[in-house]
Design a protein around this ligand. Structure first.
Ligand SMILES: Cc1cc2nc3c(=O)[nH]c(=O)nc-3n(C[C@H](O)[C@H](O)[C@H](O)COP(=O)(O)OP(=O)(O)OC[C@H]3O[C@@H](n4cnc5c(N)ncnc54)[C@H](O)[C@@H]3O)c2cc1C
Length: 434
């Protein structure tokens, strides 16, 4: 008789509703609580984690295994298709219940539904809990019962539903003694050495960031990339090392929480859209963009990736990304606009590079924001809004501090003329405009 907790993108002990339910089931049945993580294959319609995310996950799992061992709970690691592995493990461990936090991408929902059915056929109860988003994606609908396509009405409806109940603490897990974790320490690939200087993956690192949350100047300074004015919580939220609900409540204590709450709701909106559009990473939301003449084989993609375009703000952003696995949001918009409009390269190639290199790469926020920048998403920036990187630099990095930090010496001349390429993009758009 065992209660099995299956950890996925919820690598935390605090405010983990699934873990609390699993611990309750263990206490009720006077049974041990056992935890498992599964290295799953890429199912059709999903893709393997990128390099930076894999780096992060390994460290986060190491931290989780230690935290659980400190409470006497073993974290088991297994690999394979969840539809076979979870029922097999549950039987092997004599589990009567299996508990997990819900995931919202269509192909994974199908996997989870099959796991649930198979467990039920074996007489094992499967329980799923919310917690990855602030509100369940299907619970926010407009007056006609339809999903939202526009952020502002979505955010109003979602904000009114954010649960009023306080985040939960760490559940009592019933074990009398802590044990040493035998989880192997992850090896540090040479390419990732600089990532380790910037981040502490795992719940302790997430809680430290949360404790530092200071929103006093957030609304005015969040767009200035040289300042550390944003929370830097995105990778911690991506891996569920802190719950969005806990972040929401912590922010509510701060002055001027509204702007920050609205950013958290953008995350929920991206998941709302992915829930309803499972092919968000591969298909233009607005179909007329299927006729747009984006390039798939422009050699300048390599300059963009390497931060050698000769455009200072773009190069600084791409180098920040390579060095840290992160890029400031304002600069993400600038490099995205530059790639898709000035260089005319397909947004999917930019999205794939971000997928591989961002520590916060997530299946909803990344394609959603790329489609937003490229102009082909719902509620996207209009295509003709082409960011001029020089004007953006004057406005948001007036002293050049951010550019000096990441791209102090620029050798190459610009690979594209900003004015000419802007006009070419507008002309290409006129062809598909209707
Ligand atoms: C082209 C592009 C790609 C992006 N890819 C990702 C991605 O893969 N993963 C990701 O988490 N964010 C992505 N973003 C959104 C945003 O850039 C990051 O969430 C933000 O920079 C994270 O920094 P922070 O935690 O300090 O943000 P804060 O300003 O402190 O915001 C708090 C939280 O709100 C959420 N948030 C803020 N802005 C957005 C947004 N535009 N969309 C969705 N959620 C948001 C994040 O969870 C963030 O941690 C992308 C933006 C662009 C323009």
């Amino acid at each position: 008789m065992t209660s099995l907790m299956w950890f996925r993108d919820d690598l935390r002990l605090h405010d983990n509703q699934a873990l609390s339910r699993a611990a309750e089931a263990a206490a009720l049945g006077d049974a041990p609580l056992v935890a498992v993580v599964l290295d799953e294959p890429a199912y059709p319609g999903t893709r393997p984690l990128g390099g930076a995310s894999t780096w992060w996950r390994e460290r986060s799992l190491y931290a989780l295994a230690r935290d659980l061992a400190g409470r006497g709970v073993e974290l088991i690691r297994a690999a394979g298709d969840a539809r076979e592995e979870i029922p097999r493990l549950a039987t092997e461990l004599g589990a009567t219940t299996v508990t997990w936090t819900r995931r919202y991408h269509g192909p994974l929902r199908e996997v989870d539904a099959t796991v649930k059915e198979t467990l039920a056929s074996q007489g094992i109860t499967a329980t799923s809990s919310p917690g990855f988003t602030l509100v369940e994606p299907w619970e926010v609908t407009n007056g006609q019962g339809q999903p939202y396509k526009v952020f502002t009405p979505f955010s109003k409806a979602a904000a009114s539903q954010v649960a009023g109940d306080e985040p939960e603490g760490v559940p009592e897990m019933g074990a009398s003694a802590s044990s040493a974790s035998s989880w192997p320490k992850p090896t540090e690939p040479a390419w990732a050495a600089s990532l380790a200087e910037h981040w502490t993956p795992g719940e302790a690192g997430a809680r430290e960031r949360l404790a530092q949350l200071d929103l006093a100047n957030y609304a005015e300074e969040r767009d200035i990339p040289a300042l550390n004015a944003t929370s830097l919580l995105s990778p911690h939220l991506r891996f569920g090392e802190v719950s969005p609900r806990e972040v929401w409540f912590a922010a509510a204590e701060e002055p001027e929480a509204a702007k920050f709450h609205s950013e958290l709701l953008w995350r929920d909106f991206a998941w709302h859209r992915l829930y309803h559009l499972p092919n968000l990473a591969t298909e233009n939301v607005r179909e007329k963009f299927d006729r747009f003449d984006w390039s798939w084989d422009d050699p300048r993609l390599k300059d963009w990736q390497a931060g050698t375009t000769g455009i200072p703000l773009v190069d600084a952003g791409m180098r920040e990304l390579w060095a840290t696995g992160y890029m400031h949001n304002r600069v993400r918009m600038v490099v995205g606009s530059f790639l898709t409009k000035n260089l005319g390269i397909h947004w999917r190639l930019g999205e794939e590079w971000f997928w591989d290199t961002l520590v916060d790469a997530d299946a909803a926020s990344n394609p959603f924001n790329w489609q937003w920048v490229a102009g082909c998403g719902d509620d996207a920036a209009p295509f003709f809004r082409i960011f001029n990187p020089e004007t953006q630099a004057k406005r948001f990095d007036p002293d050049g501090e951010y550019v000096r930090r990441w791209a102090p010496a620029l050798s190459a001349p610009p690979i594209v003329d900003l004015q000419e390429s802007r006009q070419a993009a507008l002309d290409a758009y006129a062809e598909i405009k209707d």
